[in-house]
Design a protein around this ligand. Sequence first.
Ligand code: UD1
Length: 336
Amino acid sequence: MQCNALHEAGYDIVVYDNLSNSSHEAINRVSMLIGQPVEFIKGDIRDAESLKKIFSAHHFFGVIHFAGLKAVGESVAKPLLYYNNNVSGTITLLEVMKEHSVKNLVFSSSATVYGDPESLPIDESSKRSCTNPYGQRKLTVEHILEDLAVSDDSWNLIALRYFNPVGAHPSGEIGEDPNDIPNNLMSYIFQVAVGKLDKLIIFGNDCPTVDGTGVRDFIHVTDLAQGHVAALNYLDKQASLNEDSMTQNSVGFLPINLGTGKGTSVLELVSAFLDVSGQAIPYQFTDRRAGDIASRYASADKAKTLLGWQAELLITDMCQDTWRWQSMNPNGYNVS
Ligand code: UD1
């Protein structure tokens, strides 16, 4: 998804991934969609020597850093893995970037850094606190980036705080195919739709929300990808301004929410899914999930003002595109 958006925006890209939660087939499909092979290198961000080779072979403008593990349950069971991959890996990447004077970074952060928000919508100055190791490590990386920006004003570090990404490429060729058991709401809805599960278990109908069920800010992955392009464009513009005026105004550490600014409840999502797929989703209420927050949605003003970006796609698009991807690829990227 991201490769397509960057290619369309005119960027040349190199993809570096250890494929721990992806596959070559995804890269093949991206190449097919953009009409030329994507330069792909299999490697790990903790492997400094491998990174150095790539940075020596290319003249990069910047890095979009997605290389993080993201399962909350796994982060509780294997906290060291999350320190190692998500934190140490980021430090290694930053060290290699520094060595090669590449100082522009867009980091995948998460709305999880806000924990249980004190007020809604959540803007970027809201208090940050997390209760699980996955979220805490996102926050650790944000702290590292903040410290780095203070220590050296030539860094330009944008942390994009994603709200709840869903959807797939509109072609139906690219979508989410995790190795582990998916456990977010949209994947459960899909599993019920195709009969893998009897019913959706809804965690609570007594939340202080529009219908008692949890409210989230779902954002289409296409919009999310465009948000990264807008962030890179912003860094590019900043670099050009500095070049023209011979000044050195750095971006420093800049956190930006990527959300729609609109909350949708669990029941509203179930209803939208029925509208686009024709599949009714039987459900049953149970107790609220431990640690779940009732409602979370973004203030998306900063992204609009600074980056000129705003989400365009609707809940129906998110359901439609997820449904198309899942229907065309019942076994994900496993095409054999
Ligand atoms: C999850 C992650 C969080 C991550 C965020 C965005 C967990 C515990 N949290 O949170 O770290 O930053 O996604 O990607 O995994 N729901 C049901 N039944 C289900 C599944 C979910 O009712 O079977 C409800 C939940 O109670 C919640 C809403 O659906 O109200 C969304 O849940 P989910 O998709 O897990 O996202 P988050 O809770 O936002």
